[in-house]
Design a protein around this ligand. Sequence first.
Ligand code: NAP
Length: 485
Amino acid sequence: MTNPTPLRVAIIGAGMSGILAAIKLREAGFTEVRIFEKAVRLGGTWRDNTYPGLTCDVPSQHYCYSFELNAEWSRLFSPGAEILAYLESVATKHAVTGLMQFGKELVKATFRDHEWHLEFADGTKAIADVVIAATGVLHHPVLPEIAGREAFAGAAFHTARWDPNVDLNGKRVGIIGSGSTAIQLVPAIVDQVSALTLFQRTAQWVLPLPNPPFTEEQKTHFRQHPDTMSHAYQQWLDRIRTTIARAVIGDREQLEKIAVACWDNLTNSVPDPTLRAKLTPDYQVACKRLIMSETFYAAIQRPNAHVETTPIERIEPRGIRLTDGQLQELDVLIYATGFDAHRFVRPVDVVGSAGLRLEDAWQAAPKTHRSLSIPGFPNFFMLIGPNSPIGNFSLIMVAELQLAYLLQLLAPLRDGTCRAIEPTPEACAAFNREIRDAMKDTVWVSGCRSWYLDKNGQPILWPWTLERFQHEMSAPNLNEYAFLN
Ligand code: NAP
C-alpha cells in the first residue's frame, strides 16, 4: 500500500541526535522533515557547554557519526568546540541545516485527530504526523539548593551557562561540585586564577587517560587511508564494550581492574595523606559515572588550589560560609553542579491520546518501551530516551542504532498500512520489569548518589551488554506495538 501524502516528521532539537535523524530520514526518502530548535544555533550539549577544558571523554575517532569519520580530530579526546564544528560541518554537508527552524521552543504537543499539534513559545504552531524528540539528556542545568545563592556579590554561573565576559585572571574562584565537568575545569583554569577552591561533597574515582594530539603525519595517513579510521572506530567501540561497559553490569574482574587503576592513580599522584584522604571515595568505582583525567590530581595540588570538604552552610555576598563557621572569600562562583537528567523532553507539555499528559504518565519515573516510545503517545518517539545505553558509550552510536530501529517502525505509517503506532502497555510493562530486575546486578545501585538514579533509586541506564542493545535495535518486534487506524 502506498500512502499518497508524505509523512510529516517534526524533529525536536538540532543536537547530535536531531541532526542524525534528519540525515537518515532524508536518506530514506522522507521529504517532509523539519527540525525545531529552541536556540539560535545547532549543536545541543556542544553548543551549550563552552567551559574551559571541555572535551568529550569518549575518543573522538569513535564519538562521531559512523558514516562521517573525521581525519582532522586534533586529539584523542577532542575539545568541545571542535565537536561543535564537526556537527555543523556534517549538517551542512548533508544539507539538513535548511530544515532547521531556530528560536522555536516547543512548549506543548497535543495528539489530536491522528496529528501532533505543536505550539511554540513564540506563539507559532505547526502540525506533524510523527514527532521525534531529540532533546538530549544533560540539558537542564541544576543549581544547588543552597541558602543565599542570590546574595553572592561577584559573578556566578553554571558551567553550562559559561560567561565569557567574566575574566578569571587573578581572581579567587570557587567551584561547587566534583563531577566530570569540575574535574575538567580545574586543570584548565588553575594557573590563571589567584586561588581556586573546589567545594567537594563527594570524592571521585579518576581513571588516568592521556589525551595526546594527533600528529600531522597521522592525520595525513587517516585522510589517505579512510579504512584506518573505520578500524579505529571499531577498535574503540570494542575496547569500551569489553571493559568499562562490562564492568558496570556485573563483570567483577573488569571492575576490579578499573578499581586498581584508579587506586594506583590516586596513590601515585597524591603523596600528601591528608589530601589523599579527602580525595578517596567511599563507594565502589564506577558507581557514579567514572571520571577520566590525567591532569586533575596535578592541578589540584598546585599551591593556589584547595579542596574544601567541610559542608557548605550558605552563600553570602563575600563568599561561601562553611558549617564550621569559616568564610571562604570568593570573587567568582562557578556551579559545576550537573543536570536534571530525568526530565528528557519535559517541560514540554506532551498530551497523548485521550488527553493523557506525559507529566502524569511519568509521575513515578520516566518509563518507555525500549527507550523510544510510550503507551498512549502514538507516533511520538524519543532518541536517547530513558534506559538508553548512556554512561560510557558514544551516544552518537546509540542514536544511530535507535534510528535504524525507528525507521523500520515507521514503515507501516509511511506506506499507509496504519495511521498511528504506539507500544502496547503490556510490552512496555514487561520491558520495564526486565530492566528493573537486571539493575540489581549493576554497580550503579551499589550505594552512591548519582545523576543516574531516579527518585526511586532506579538507574536510567541500560543494564545489559551492548550486544543485546544492538540485537534489540536491529529490528522491532511488531507484536509489541499497536497499529491504529
Ligand atoms: P555531576 O556529575 O552530576 O556532578 C555534579 C556535582 O555537583 C557533584 O559533585 C555533586 O556532588 C555536586 N553537587 C550538586 N549539588 C550540590 C550541592 N547542593 N552542594 C554541593 N555539591 C553539590 O555533573 P557534571 O560534572 O556536570 O557531569 C554530568 C555528566 O555530564 C557527566 O557524568 C558526564 O556524563 C557528562 N559530562 C561528560 C564530560 C566528558 O565527556 N568528559 C564532561 C562533562 C560532563 P555529589 O557527587 O555529592 O552529588
